[in-house]
Every structure is written in C-alpha cells, then in structure tokens.
Design a binder for this molecule. Structure first.
Ligand SMILES: Cc1cc2nc3c(=O)[nH]c(=O)nc-3n(C[C@H](O)[C@H](O)[C@H](O)COP(=O)(O)OP(=O)(O)OC[C@H]3O[C@@H](n4cnc5c(N)ncnc54)[C@H](O)[C@@H]3O)c2cc1C
Length: 418
C-alpha cells in the first residue's frame, strides 16, 4: 500500500517593517518554520541601525537598570516583556548567531560590535533572516490591515493584497522620518480599535532661541541635568554638549522627554537645571572657602572648561580675579547656586527630526506581555518602538526592540496562539 504524502500547511506570517524589531521577528518566525514575509517601506530597511551609535551601533547596554525605561503603561508589563529575553542571551545571540563579538566601552557601559560598523549589524541581521527562510519584500508601504475570519489581509500601496495567518507590526514610531518612520503603523492600530498613547519626541536635543550660551558651542563636559515640569521630572548624569542652537549630549537627551511633553503654561514653567561638575553644594562650599590668595576664576577653571567657567562667573556677577578671601558671602552663595542648580534657558526642542526615539505609542495593556499579541484582535502582534516604552541612551532601545521583536516573531509563528 502506498501513502500519498501529506501536504504540510505552513503558517504564513507577515512582518511589517524591517527595522530592529521587525528583522528579529522575521528571524524567529522563520526559525519556527513559518512562511515569513518581511515587508519594508524603504528600499533597504534597518536605516536606524545604520545611523545608530554614530555609525558604530550601540547594540546593547553592558548592564541593565530596568527602572530607566519610560512608559505611561504598567511598568510591570514592561518588565515582563524585557525579561522574556535576558541580556546575557541577547549578547550570546549576536556573538554566536550573527558572528559579531561585542566589546564594552567601559566609560559608558555600552556594547558595540568589535568591527565598530553598524552596517555589519544591519546587513548581518537581514542576511540571517534570509538564511532562516524569511523573504524580504522592500519598497512596500503597508497602508492597512484587515482582519478576516481566519487571518489577516495586508494592503499595500503597490502590491496585491496578501492573505496571511498572523501579522507582526514593527513599524516603529515617528522619529527621523528619513529612516522610514511615518506613524502609519500606529494609525492602523488605532483604527483597529486599540488604545494608542499620545506620542512625543524623546532623546532629542533642547534648543534656546535666545542663544544665551551660543558662544560656548562645542564645549562638552560631564554634568548632572534635571528637567522638571508639571509633576514629571527626570535626572541624568553624563555627557553634555553646548550646540549652536542649545544643548545636547546623552544627559540632555535622557531628560528631554519631560520638556517635549510639556504644553501651554506648563511648557513655559518647565525648567532645566544643571550641576556642572561632580562637586555638589558642600563640595563647592569647601572649594570656595575664604582662605588663601587663589582667585575664584582659578578654582573654577580647575573643575570646568575655561570658557564655561568664565561664562558662569559672568552670569553670577563675580569677577574671575576676585581672591577667595575677598569673595562676599552673597557672591559665594550666588556662585554655588549657579554651579549646582544652574538654570539653562530653553525655548524648544529639535523634535522628531533629531529624536532618537518616539515616546508614547500602543498601550502595553493592549497586548499579552508574553506573546505581544493584541488582546483585541487575534493574530496581530506588536513590537519595538511602536509600543509605549523607551529607554535611555546606551543600547536600551535596541534591547527593547530585540526582545519584543523576538517574542512577537516566535508567537506569531506558533499555531494556536491566535
Ligand atoms: C540617530 C539615532 C541613533 C540611535 N542610536 C541607537 C543606539 O546606538 N542604540 C540603541 O539602542 N538605540 C539607538 N537608537 C534607537 C533605535 O534605533 C530604535 O529604538 C530602534 O531602531 C527601533 O526599532 P523598531 O524596529 O521598533 O523601529 P525602526 O527601526 O524605526 O523600524 C521601523 C521600520 O518599519 C518601516 N515601516 C514603517 N512604516 C511602515 C509601513 N507602513 N509599511 C512598511 N514598512 C514600514 C520603516 O521603514 C522602518 O524600516 C537610535 C536612533 C536614532 C534615530
């Protein structure tokens, strides 16, 4: 007796967006045996990976502090999603599967590929997706997703509609539009009845239209910055850079969301304050005690770049040549206030054009934290920056994209999750 071969029906998965999260989703969906299509709006995909980390791609942080993630959703859901793929396993994936040894930059605790080439990461991930059997479909702008009785119909601007069993939305947010992000993914999710939290630019430089410190453009130093507005506040310690338009550097980017989110009267009242060195109030009180013949300018220049020291002294109305013993009590108090809680005048921000990420997005309550499947519509999974979460500078945002992309891809490929 002969047996006719049984037809094996493979599950069909469409991943929308070939960025960090979507590429991981495609790799893991294909690895599970799903017929996987990776649909991408641009001609090549992964453009944020290419420009990340100044072209070096800060793939991951060397250590993770989960409290540094920002979300308006449940931090508990966020933690569950992050922990689905621990850092050590992510490192092993890049080193073993992608053949990219990672090297820690010790002063910043960031991990980079040993080649220091973001292109190796982008090309390596797309090549791995192809080796695992995913089909890359570039220059395809997905315009809508329509749920059917047994699956999904994917509509795109140019190609015929696609019928699939499951969809992974990995379309990112709105930042740096030239990388392909335009918010269509979030608009589609909203149209399908999901709660999408208002989006805002995050990790973006802050501007000062009045140019109060414009003459210091190019000066950089480590500081501690605090942004405060209407019940929100954030503090970050790290690099600070004066630009021609205002302020940048990791510390400013990390707190910028507090200012970009402030609106109306709250925006006018929102404040940016800086402690200009590791010395706090008691440290400066000791350094500026009224003794000896040293000048105030000399003391400040030991701790700070000279141009900044001079600008701060001018701002506090203290002559640099004043001897410490001659410094009046109110001058000392004013100077210490400037040095430890100095006000940085600001008028705006560089918005999505320069933002490294988009804050807000699909509420984490809308998905199952294990499968990232929509709680409203089966067979629809969401991952990466489209979700309402972002982390600080330092590899945290890729950590999020890799973890959620993998979880969404694995679950979308699994029969019966939908
Ligand atoms: C300048 C810069 C530097 C950065 N450096 C770092 C870093 O060093 N380390 C770090 O951890 N993070 C970094 N980030 C943040 C990080 O790049 C993002 O958090 C991450 O790329 C988000 O991944 P994603 O896949 O969710 O979205 P994206 O990478 O934005 O990918 C979304 C993809 O979907 C495609 N797409 C969108 N809509 C559609 C549609 N309707 N149809 C088809 N395709 C669509 C887009 O073209 C894009 O390819 C940086 C960001 C920027 C802008």
């Amino acid at each position: 007796m002969t047996h006719s071969p049984r037809a094996v029906i493979r599950r069909r998965v469409a991943v929308i967006g070939a960025g960090a999260a979507g590429t991981l989703a495609a790799i893991f969906a294909a690895t599970q045996g799903a017929e996987t299509l990776l649909l991408e709006r641009t001609a090549d995909g992964g453009r944020k990976i290419l420009i990340s980390g100044g072209g070096r791609c800060n793939i991951l942080p060397a250590r993770v502090d989960e409290r540094r993630f920002v979300t308006d959703s449940s931090p508990n859901s966020l933690r569950k999603m992050l922990r689905s793929w621990p850092l050590s396993e992510q490192i092993a994936f890049f080193e073993r599967e992608l053949g990219q040894p990672l090297v820690e930059e010790e002063e910043s605790a960031k991990l980079f590929p040993a080649s220091n080439r973001a292109r190796d990461v982008r090309d390596g991930l797309l090549a791995l997706a192809a080796r695992r059997g995913a089909r890359f479909v570039p220059s395809t702008w997905v315009t809508d997703l329509v749920p059917g009785d047994r699956g999904w119909r994917v509509l795109s601007a140019r190609a015929e509609p696609l019928e699939v069993d499951a969809v992974v939305v990995a379309t990112g947010g709105l930042s740096v539009p030239k990388t392909g992000s335009d918010g269509t993914g979030l608009a589609i999710l909203q149209r399908l009845g999901h709660v999408v939290h208002p989006t805002y630019a995050a990790l973006t430089p802050i501007t000062d239209g009045a140019g109060v410190f414009a003459s210091l453009a190019g000066v950089s130093l480590p500081v501690t910055v605090t942004a405060r507005s209407d019940g929100r506040h954030a503090t970050a310690t790290g690099g600070f850079l004066f630009t021609h338009h205002g302020y940048s550097g990791p510390s400013v980017l990390d707190v910028s969301h507090v200012l970009t989110r402030a609106e109306g009267a709250a925006r006018r009242a929102a404040r940016l304050q800086v402690q200009w060195s590791a010395l706090d109030e008691s440290g400066w009180t000791a350094a500026l005690r009224p003794a000896g013949t040293r000048t105030v300018g000399g003391v400040l220049r030991r701790e700070l770049p000279e141009r900044l020291a001079d600008a701060l002294l001018a701002g506090a109305g203290v002559a640099p040549a004043t001897a410490l013993a001659q410094l009046r009590r109110e001058e000392r108090a004013r100077l210490i206030e400037t040095l430890t809680r100095g006000e940085l005048p600001w008028t705006g921000d560089e918005g999505y054009k320069k933002a490294e990420v988009t804050g807000g997005g699909l509420s984490l309550a809308e998905v199952d934290p294990r499968t990232l499947e929509s709680r409203r519509l089966p067979g629809l999974h969401i991952c990466g920056e489209a979700l309402d979460a972002f982390g600080p500078i330092g590899g945290y945002n890729f950590l999020w994209a890799w973890a959620t992309g993998r979880a969404a891809g694995l679950a979308a490929a699994r029969q019966g999750t939908s």
